[in-house]
Design a protein around this ligand. Sequence first.
Ligand code: MLT
Length: 408
Amino acid sequence: MALINENYLRLSENYFYTEMDKRINAFCVTHPKANVIQLGTGDVSQPLPPAVVSAMTDALNELSQKDTFRGYGPGQGYKFLREKIVKDYQTHGVSLSTEEVFVSDGAKTDAANIGHIFGRDNIIAITDPVYPVYENATIMSGRAGYHNENGKWSNIVYLNCLAENGFKPVIPSEKIDVIYLCYPNNPTGTVLTRQELKVWVDYALENHSLIIYDGAYEAYITEKDVPHSIYEIKGAKKVAVEIRSFSKTAGFTGLRCSYTIVPKDLIAFTSEGEKVQLNRLWMRRQTTCFNGNSYIVQRGAEAVFSKEGRKQVNETVQYYLTNAGIIRDELRNLGFEVYGGVNSPYVWAKTKNGEESWSFFQRMLCEINVVSTPGVGFGPNGEGYTRFSGFNSRENTMEAVERMKNWR
Ligand code: MLT
């Protein structure tokens, strides 16, 4: 008799974004003429940078010739790409070796799968609100405990991020072993300064904890005092894994390419207290469970670091940031309390008169055909908030904002 992983039965029926899509699709089926504008999920709208397209075309041509054809690539990613990533870190004063870089097919993939190399008894901490993958993956792995009536899991430590603390987590009194941090933050669009991030690195160093630092939105940082990498903080290589993505910068949401840094200095412990290098474990995991991203995609990702690639990507990032700024300013004019949108493509807004997140979502969808993401989908503290993304086109963003102006 085949048995299932019963932890899956403890998850909600649908992944949050699937649930949202279901509701949007249901509306579109019953209102086929409605021109629905998506300021919801963080999917990008602008085409691939020309430098990426040209590199991928060349790579495809190579694969079509007998002499230059390639089959399986290295599980850790091609060295040509890992070298570019290492060089890119140097621009922020961070020195890494190519053996510390693991190319993958998505930040989401690695944020969820990294749990494979950790013991089941770790206490995991996540922020509330949070990108739902960290909590869902913790539930699937059987580390979450039981579900309380307050919507939280007994073995997860929730780091409250509220308006009164600027949506920034504070060190909890409970013991934590593994902490997920995402900055610039999805969903709130807020950031941690160098000093604020140092507090977490120091905590992890003192307590032998590990930080999984999701830096998928790093390219959106505009302010000086905000670190681009956790490794800019002294000692972080001993306590942090960092995940980055090409999705939101170079339009790879469909192509898929990301990378995770697992420094050689990073160690965790066996139950006997023996030190083990996590780089070794992740290498073993990846080369067993993953055959690497495609050659074509990795050549495309490499082109992101070329002179033209950087310029083109930077233009796209500025474009999305301008959209976020338009949304933020207009929401503010309309009397909403807003956060984010300065170092992030996301704008986090409090609904008016305590309206619940799903009610706001449904009303805005039905009345002006605009979609934002209900804050409660990111955790109980997100109730009464909604998230707008700057990833749509300028025209659609302007049109959505115009509709909001005339909406009551
Ligand atoms: C989001 O809308 O939060 C993102 O698109 C999620 C993701 O990158 O998986």
